[in-house]
Design a binder for this molecule. Structure first.
Ligand code: GRF
Length: 197
């Protein structure tokens, strides 16, 4: 059903939130037709929380509780999200694996950005691992989230060539810059798709 209502986002973070900032900037610049309804962090000291609040976006911490299962935690996430009725859940450096129940609740409506050319280099420390393997290319991938880690249908990828003097820190910086371009773009595509649907 075609709609003119805003494309509502929930952004989940754990840290710096530079991708969150890129999304906020794209909305402000008018290149991303969406609205961030809520930012959720599992960590109370996530810098990204300030990026949200200073823009007037609701920011909520859902801290893990000792002894609580992944399913119980994710139920709290679902309860927190429900009143905001997001069209899309955007994982932006959210350092938790989501349960099957959560993924099913937002089936095909959760996306993630990962710092590698998936399906290569799932998991952590991707920058050092591509250097150790003497890869020629590296990059970032936006993909739909499934129960499998860093899996799911790809939406967009950005590739960079690794330079002779690159180290893990320079690669992280260069890949981050690519992420900040492709993440808002991917969300805009999904927003347009919904408008046309
Ligand atoms: C990014 O490198 C992203 O690819 C990964 O986590 C990092 C988040 O960075 N999933 P930031 O918090 O958006 O700055």
């Amino acid at each position: 059903m075609a709609t003119d209502s805003p494309f509502k986002l929930a952004v989940l973070i754990s840290g710096e939130g530079s991708n969150l900032q890129a999304i906020i900037n794209a909305i402000d610049a008018g290149t991303l037709d969406a609205r961030i309804e809520i930012v959720i962090s599992n960590k109370s000291n996530a810098k990204g929380l300030n990026r949200a609040t200073r823009t007037g976006i609701t920011a909520v911490v859902v801290p893990p509780v000792r002894g609580q299962s992944r399913e119980e935690y994710d139920q709290r996430l679902l309860d927190t999200l429900a009143p905001f009725a997001p069209d899309l859940v955007v994982l932006a450096g959210f350092m938790r694996i989501l349960s099957t129940g959560f993924v099913h609740s937002y089936a095909h409506r959760i996306i993630n950005i990962h710092p590698s050319l998936l399906p290569a280099y799932k998991g952590m420390n991707t920058h050092q691992r591509v250097l150790d393997a003497r890869e020629r290319f590296h990059g970032a991938t936006v993909h739909f989230v499934t129960e499998q880690l860093d899996d799911g249908e790809m939406i967009i990828q950005s590739r960079i060539e690794i330079e002779a003097d690159d180290d893990a820190a320079s690669l992280q910086q260069r890949v981050h810059a690519e992420e900040h371009v492709i993440y808002p773009r991917a969300i805009q595509w999904l927003s347009e798709q919904r408008k046309r649907a």
